[in-house]
Design a protein around this ligand. Structure first.
Ligand SMILES: Nc1nc2c(ncn2[C@@H]2O[C@H](COP(=O)(O)OP(=O)(O)OP(=O)(O)O)[C@@H](O)[C@H]2O)c(=O)[nH]1
Ligand SMILES: [Mg+2]
Ligand SMILES: [Zn+2]
Length: 309
């Protein structure tokens, strides 16, 4: 029996590195199930597993027989009503959420959904405003607005170009000795930044479509890479929608970090911050101390989770 870490999963085979740094191609038995989590993929990148080797023709492959408990994971549904959920990666130290203004567009709603999913596991999210070299003066003002929304509620935010050496050096520094995950829509530049950080990887990238400013889903499977300084990066396929999975509506306001400490000043302990009198969140919203876009995302998610559960 060997222990290993999953570097890539196609749903059919898994690339697993054992404790001696040897990679094995692994499979799972048909009846393999993970407890309590309904996901389309029983095993995800970042999972710690054990496996035994068997002969297949003239080579050895692994059969995964156990998955160790996940510290955390990022899970999503592709569409709101879907029952199928997908674990993108597990056992992550921090996530880099890539945001672009219009090449492709990234909405507040998408960002906030992602932040809620990560906050549910207290996974640190770093917001990367990429492609800063492409913006006009007006674009830049718009991106500055989004940047300030998140900077002011204490998320780490960086405005970068994936082609700027000082930016690459800066980002690489905060990745040292960590498992870093790249997320965002297709075409935001996740694989490009990975190549900039580690040019010998030569990961595939492609231009976004000029017709509709959207990416071409170039990366098709999440994959982890080992870099110098014990940096691990998980590059992931672009995601369109981010449907929340298994989240507790009562906890939603805790996952909006700037709301969570206001709750104790609301009149009602179980205040939903919607129609209740003497609600501190609403008061701060009126005073513009809470951003309207964040509150709108909160309302959207609140009613969505009530409706679909
Ligand atoms: N000008 C400019 N272009 C960039 C930057 N980052 C990425 N790009 C370009 O954006 C396009 C898409 O980049 P990818 O790295 O393939 O995007 P991705 O996020 O990996 O996309 P998927 O794999 O489809 O999810 C490529 O043409 C890159 O050259 C940047 O900072 N500035
Ligand atoms: Mg990619
Ligand atoms: Zn309230």
């Amino acid at each position: 029996m060997r222990k290993g870490l999953v570097y890539k999963s196609t749903g059919i085979w898994y690339k697993v590195k054992d404790l001696n740094n040897t990679f094995f191609e692994c499979r799972i038995k048909g009846n393999f199930k993970t407890k309590n989590i309904k996901s389309t993929n029983p095993i995800a990148v970042g999972d710690k597993v054990s496996f035994s080797l068997i002969d297949e023709g003239n080579r050895k492959i692994g059969i995964i027989n156990k998955i160790f408990k996940r510290d955390n994971y990022i899970i999503r549904k592709s569409v709101k009503l879907s029952k199928e959920s997908h674990i993108i990666a597990s056992n992550i130290d921090q996530v880099f959420l890539f945001i672009t203004l219009n090449n492709p567009p990234t909405s507040y709603n998408f960002i906030d959904r992602f932040l809620v999913a990560a906050e549910a596991f207290k996974i640190k999210v770093i917001l990367i405003f990429n492609k800063i070299d492409t913006y006009s003066k007006n674009d830049f003002e718009d991106i500055e607005k989004i940047y300030k929304t998140y900077k002011s509620i204490n998320y780490d935010c960086y405005k970068i170009s994936s082609f700027s050496i000082p930016d690459i050096v800066k980002i690489k520094k905060i990745m040292n000795r960590k498992v870093n995950m790249f997320c965002g829509h297709s075409g935001v530049g996740k694989s490009t930044l990975l190549n900039s950080i580690s040019p010998n990887l030569n990961v595939k990238t492609s231009k976004i479509s000029e017709v509709n400013n959207s990416g071409k889903h170039t990366t098709t499977f999440a994959e982890m890479f080992d870099l110098e300084n014990q940096i691990r990066i998980i590059d992931t396929p672009g995601i369109k929608g981010f449907g929340l999975v298994d989240f507790d509506n009562d906890k939603l306001s805790d996952y909006f970090v700037e709301f969570s400490h206001l709750k104790e000043y609301c009149k009602f302990k179980d205040c939903n911050h919607i129609n209740e009198p003497n609600c501190m969140v609403k008061k701060k919203l009126d005073q513009k101390a809470i951003s309207a876009s964040r509150y709108k995302s909160y309302i959207d998610l609140h009613f969505e989770s009530k409706k679909y559960r």
